[in-house]
Design a protein around this ligand. Structure first.
Ligand code: FAD
Ligand code: 2HG
Ligand code: ZN
Length: 479
């Protein structure tokens, strides 16, 4: 007998559609799908459904809809906001996209890739790269996060500064709506003004309006030259001044411009094997800058050397190292990409994935640091992030030796303290990770009035039974 709360007739019908390996009910098999990457949320599910294509997905969704069973779409399960974790009731099914994993075509004329939702971002990047092309979105979780997940969350990451968020890359999309109907928007058009932008509505909807099953992603020519440098700076203002210096010379050359505080860098150096700081001495803050171009010439090298040369002379940069090989480049990136993992190893942390206008970043970091240190003595304020986009991961790590649960019990106090400073500076409480279940409580005060009402109406129109990822993004109606 399957261990599930699904009615036997529904279970059998799902097995008919998806095959026995497409319907997991054994808790040992479903457990990993019910906990998030940070292990903040532990849910339960009636089953994990694993459709292999859009048609199977649509049939499974139609059946769940008919039986009033809530559905939680899940890709790589790397959400930072508990977006893909079911609640504790055990009523929902998780619909995992990992078996929808075909790369269909790479089109050199249109510079696009047609791909299933369950293809990991890394597999899609590698396929593009093998054909001399670039899929211009990069995040540290790209080995697990998949195309459906990155579109559903409108992921940002390291190359947003040059190419925009996932939304800007999605030319076409296919999705299964909450009632099982298939919305086919798989067009490859760069111009198509024919009514409401449903594709853009699905992007960033965090699984609450439907399950993305395929997409057409825009590609770029692969870079043929790259220059990468790690720089020590005195403070966030120094990082911004350096950004302005590069931007003044050639904004299109900047492929990544990442900020790391001294505290967050020290955690990486201390907790991640091989992540040694390749500079003379620790600094208050760092920038990882990458320039790239489809041209194979040495103009990028001159650009990097000119800007860094002046910055070193002026004292804006106090030390710098340039990657001299691909392996050195990867070592520099590893230091940046291990920030999330290092903070996970350092104990409990509270994440504030915020954005503010660029000019307000120094004031934001200074004010928020002071406020959080006053709130919790010994707290380790460890900001880093995509400073070129105005997006700072203003993360707060528990005091050394503190009780993680006691620290996390104050998460709303910390989040609200930071958010109020962000609000005053005209920013957003969630820049790239989304709302999920972690931040729904913030929606009424940040997106209240007509904005939240419009969102609720859209949700009610497409999902009147509230079956698709309930409890995510939108707070309960009375809130
Ligand atoms: P999941 O975690 O499985 O799901 C995320 C949300 O999307 C959930 O609400 C889920 O219900 C929904 N969803 C998933 N698949 C579908 C689908 N096919 N159709 C509809 N809804 C779906 N994010 C950034 O933006 N930038 C970063 O730099 C970044 N770095 C990260 C680094 C690490 C180490 C980790 C753990 C996370 C990071 N993230 C980052 C957050 C996360 O990886 C991204 O949000 C990613 O886009 C999620 O993809 P996923 O496939 O894992 O989605
Ligand atoms: C990153 O930029 C991710 O590395 C993770 O968005 C951020 O750990 C975080 O808060
Ligand atoms: Zn990020």
């Amino acid at each position: 007998m399957p261990q599930t709360s699904l009615p036997p007739s529904l279970h059998d019908a799902l097995v008919q559609i998806l095959g026995p390996s497409g319907v997991l009910t054994n808790p040992a098999d479903t457990e990993a799908f019910c906990v998030d990457w940070r292990a903040l949320y532990h849910g339960h599910c009636a089953a994990v459904l694993r459709p292999a294509n859009t048609e199977e997905c649509a049939k499974a969704v139609a059946l769940c809809h008919a039986h009033n069973v809530p559905m939680v779409p899940q890709g790589g399960n790397t959400s930072m906001v508990g977006g893909a974790t079911p609640d504790s009731s055990g009523r929902a099914v998780v619909i995992s996209t990992t078996r929808m994993n075909q790369i269909h075509t790479i089109d050199h004329a249109d510079l696009t890739m047609t791909v299933d939702a369950g293809v990991t971002l890394k597999a899609a990047q590698d396929a593009a790269s093998a054909q001399g092309l670039l899929l211009p979105l990069s995040i540290s979780s790209e080995g697990s996060a998949d195309i459906g997940g990155i579109l559903a969350t409108n992921a940002g990451g390291n190359n947003t500064v040059r190419y925009g968020n996932a939304r800007e890359l999605a030319l076409g999309l296919q999705a299964v709506l909450p009632d099982g109907n298939v919305l086919n928007l798989m067009r490859k058009l760069r111009k198509d003004n024919t009514g409401y932008a449903l594709r853009q509505l699905l992007v960033g909807s965090e699984g609450t309006l439907g399950i993305i099953t395929q997409a057409v992603i825009q590609l770029q020519p692969a870079p043929r030259s790259r220059e990468t440098a790690l720089c020590a700076v005195e403070n966030p203002q120094g990082a911004l001044n350096l950004f302005a210096a590069f931007r003044k010379q050639d904004p299109s050359a900047i492929h990544a411009f990442e900020f790391m505080s001294g505290t967050s860098m020290a955690l990486v150096n201390g907790l991640i094997d091989g992540a040694t700081l390749p500079l003379e001495a620790p600094a208050p803050a760092y920038v990882l800058v990458e320039l790239a171009s489809p041209r194979a010439d040495d103009s990028l090298r001159s650009l990097m050397e000119d800007v860094l040369g002046s910055a070193l002379e002026d004292g804006l940069v106090t030390d710098a190292v340039l990657a001299e090989s691909e392996s050195q480049r990867q070592s520099l990136w590893m230091i940046r990409e291990e920030h999330a993992e290092a903070q996970k190893r350092a104990g409990a942390s509270v994440k504030n994935d915020v954005s503010v206008p660029l000019a307000a970043i120094p004031e934001f970091i200074e004010a928020a640091t002071k406020a959080c240190e006053a709130l919790i003595p010994g707290i380790r304020v460890a900001p880093f992030g995509h400073i070129g986009d105005g997006n700072i991961h203003f993360n707060l790590v528990q005091p050394e030796g503190a009780d993680p649960a006691a620290f996390l019990a104050q998460d709303h106090a910390m989040m609200d303290t930071v958010a109020e400073i962000v609000r005053k500076l005209g920013g957003s409480f969630s820049a790239e990770h989304g709302v999920g279940q972690l931040k729904t409580y913030m929606m009424p005060s940040w997106r209240g009035g007509a904005e939240l009402q419009a969102m609720r109406r859209i949700k009610a129109a497409l999902d009147p039974q509230d079956l698709m990822n309930p409890g995510k993004v939108l707070p309960p109606a009375q809130a």
